[in-house]
Design a protein around this ligand. Structure first.
Ligand code: PLP
Length: 385
């Protein structure tokens, strides 16, 4: 196995984990569409026994994603939520978790509606100030779950500061790195213990696969997570693994364009008369801009806007008037999407909680794709007009 760890990001994206197939020389890792592997005699096989545990296509992808996050181990899951689920299953009843107050709706739902019933306690705090985290630490605290940039208000959480607190109190720090992608931000290098991705988004990049991933450098954590992975069974199939490997080969190219288009569009929206507010960490006046600059390579293609007109009817009308942007949940694909968090991605969060976090009815979230930016700007102009 060639080691690509000393190469730059784009080279790793294309080559890490992708060894030519030894039996045929195929340059692309084949789709090993099999559930089981023959054994010479009981227990003697070529390293693969049953595909829930290990499949060569998935394994190649896992090596690739590990290399992109400067990690030693990666496990891929059948969805991002499957990956989150495995992390929380490291815990026991009465354990406590400190997490952000602006969280992916599905994570919030899993924490409050599933794991709260198993006796795990979650504190939702404003993590943009590290001192807020320390207030909630007690002898039952086991995990800090950070999502940065946050969804959809683009808050930035200081990963290094969280890691310092986690180390000091012997807590696990897990970071949901979905919005940044490994191209923009590598939490393990900033001191995090686990990185989680909804691979569905930028890593897959083509809106055709649901998948999740966990990356770690900690052998013991990896062993525990791999046990949960195989025991609970949220593992992805080989076809999806192949599609994501194919998608990742252009991750660095796509991210460059997402960032370029994002910047142009954020600047345009900032001076638009019908817009009250633009959430984009690339603005110098963004409250956590300096942290974003410190821990991210660039500012990405995710932007949220608040319309001056507060009525939900106007917001719905704008959201349905686009020709290039598609009105849909999700993000991170090559195509531009627009989403109404209050009724779509964040509908599972009670209105009061939601509005406290800034997710008001007149907020729209853009996932800026990699189309020609002039066409995207024209589309925004006509839809807002
Ligand atoms: C989409 C998303 C998830 C969940 O991932 P799925 O692949 O949809 O299960 C988790 N966190 C964030 C930030 C996301 O955007």
């Amino acid at each position: 196995m060639s080691d690509f760890s000393s190469y730059k990001f784009g080279t790793r994206a294309i080559h890490a984990g992708a060894e030519p197939d030894p039996s045929t020389g195929a340059v692309m890792t084949p789709i090993f569409q099999t559930s089981t592997f023959v054994q010479e005699y009981p227990g003697k096989h070529k390293g693969y026994a049953y595909a829930r545990g290990k499949n060569p296509t998935r394994e190649a992808l896992q090596k690739n994603i590990a290399a992109l996050e400067n990690g030693k181990h990666c496990l891929c899951f059948s969805s991002g939520m499957g990956a989150v689920d495995a992390v929380i299953k490291l815990l026991r009843p009465n354990d406590e978790v400190i997490t952000g107050d602006d969280l992916y709706g599905g994570s919030y739902r899993m924490f409050t509606k599933v794991f709260a019933n198993y006796g795990i306690k979650f504190h939702f705090v404003d993590m943009t100030k590290a001192s807020n985290i320390e207030k909630y630490i007690n002898s039952n605290t086991k995990l800090i779950w950070a999502e940065t940039p946050t969804n959809p208000t683009m808050q930035i959480i200081d990963i290094e500061a969280c890691a310092k607190i986690a180390k000091q109190h012997k807590l696990i720090l897990a970071v949901d790195n979905t919005f940044a992608s490994p191209y923009l931000q590598n939490p393990l290098s900033l001191g995090a213990d686990i990185v989680m991705h909804s691979v569905t988004k930028y890593l897959g990049g083509h809106s055709d696969v649901i998948m999740g991933a966990l990356i770690t450098n900690d052998d013991k954590l990896h062993e525990q997570l791999a046990f949960i992975h195989n025991s609970c069974g949220a593992t992805p199939g080989p076809m999806d693994s192949f599609l994501v490997m194919r998608g990742i080969k252009t991750l660095h190219l796509r991210m460059e364009r997402h960032c370029f288009n994002g910047k142009k569009i954020a600047d345009y929206l900032k001076s638009h008369p019908k817009i009250e507010k633009v959430y984009y960490p690339g603005f110098p006046e963004h409250p956590n801009h300096n942290i974003a600059k410190k821990q991210m390579r660039d500012f990405g293609g995710m932007i949220s806007i608040v319309l001056k007109d507060k009525s939900i009817d106007t917001t719905f009308k704008v959201a349905s008037s686009f020709k290039v942007f598609s009105l849909a949940e999700s993000l991170g694909g090559v195509e531009s999407l627009i989403n109404h968090p209050a009724t779509m991605t964040h509908a599972s969060i009670p209105k009061e909680e939601r509005e406290k976090a800034g997710v008001v009815d007149n907020l729209l979230r853009l996932s800026v794709g990699v189309e020609d930016v002039e066409d995207l700007l024209e589309d925004l102009k006509q839809a807002l007009g």
